[in-house]
Ligand binder design. Structure first.
Ligand code: F6P
Length: 327
């Protein structure tokens, strides 16, 4: 079924992720390809509330496919959580004539869009853009591949200095509720242990692993810790371990927002391009309240209701491999 959509609004929301610009470009160019007008809403839901809406053309999105960040800027809007805020946003959307929305962001973004649809009925599709890769309904989110590659590159560099000084490093990577970056950069970076929010490793298990390493003459150690670790962040773990350790010189590195920036990998650019085109085609075909995903290399549309409140779980195989290889 073809719909009568004529003006599409696109915005980015929540934490920025490398590849968001490639997704914006794809939404804009696909809209124009299908003879639709397209508008950029600046600064996520905050810009929707403030009426910061600009018309975009094919050339507005030239030269951005390789750039990190988001040309539309982003925000974690508090005002959009209120009914009054959403009403202001709706008034601006109506005034600009926008009759369909594409949001690029994480779970907070599409939860907001879901409420907005329930209240005002604007057809909406969401593209998963977050470095965390924690969204149900997709094997990959835009930005995860780049962020993980950034983490691995940093881990490799830290390894050089760890080896040279026989040191133990606790390296903290992003992931408040998700261990995706940690487990994958841990495997790829050859970590001795990876601490993720989803795992049940205790402090004692971690420390006895380090003791065993010392006994088997391991000279340097890299421990990757996800930000959301349940047994403490990198600084906490380093402090606790230093209270009982007398054989390792211990250092801590927090990678932080370094992982959010930078040139997107080819993988994120292609993923973002596919999802951006799918978003526009989906809206034209009548898709609504849906988050796009990629499953087994095929684009899918997930109804918001089927994925809200669910999480993309870490696969047991990754956990198993990490354990086997870290002896
Ligand atoms: O959701 C992406 C993410 O980078 C998380 O990994 C991290 O916990 C959070 O955003 C940090 O958010 P902010 O940049 O708002 O501090």
């Amino acid at each position: 079924m073809e719909t009568k959509i004529s003006k599409i609004g696109v915005f980015t929301s929540g934490g920025d992720a490398p590849g968001m610009n490639a997704a914006i470009r794809a939404v804009v160019r696909a809209s124009i390809y299908y003879k639709k007008e397209v508008f950029g809403i600046m600064q996520g839901y905050d810009g929707m509330i403030a009426g910061e809406i600009v018309k975009l053309g094919a050339r507005s999105v030239g030269n951005i496919i390789q750039r990190g960040g988001t040309i539309l800027k982003s925000a974690r809007s508090q005002e959009f959580r209120t009914k009054e805020g959403r009403k202001k946003a709706f008034d601006n959307i109506k005034r600009s004539g926008i009759d369909a929305l594409v949001a690029i962001g994480g779970d907070g973004t599409f939860a907001g869009l879901n409420v907005f649809f329930e209240e005002f009925g604007i057809p909406s599709v969401c593209i998963p853009g977050t470095i965390d890769n924690d969204l149900a309904g997709t094997d990959y989110t835009i930005g995860f591949d780049t962020a993980t590659n950034t983490a691995v590159e940093a881990i490799d560099k830290i390894r050089d200095t760890a080896i040279s000084h026989n040191r133990l490093f606790f390296i903290e990577v992003m992931g408040r509720n998700s261990g995706y970056i940690a487990i994958n950069s841990g495997i790829a970076g050859g970590a001795v242990a990876t601490i993720i929010p989803e795992d049940t490793m205790t402090l004692e298990e971690l420390f006895s692993k380090l003791d065993e390493g010392e006994q088997s003459k391991r000279k340097s150690n890299l421990i990757v810790v996800a930000e959301g670790s349940k047994i403490g962040g990198a600084f906490d773990l380093a402090k606790k371990f230093s209270e009982r350790n007398n054989y390792f010189d211990i250092k801590v590195t927090i990678l932080g927002h370094l992982q959010r920036g930078g040139t997107p990998t080819y993988f994120d650019r292609v993923l973002a391009s596919k999802m951006g085109v799918a978003a526009v085609e989906g809206l034209i075909q009548g898709k609504n309240k849906a988050m796009i995903g990629i499953r087994n290399n095929q684009i899918v549309f997930n109804d918001f209701e089927t994925i809200m409140g669910s999480k993309h779980l870490i696969d047991d195989e990754s956990l198993r491999i990490a354990k086997i290889l870290s002896i």
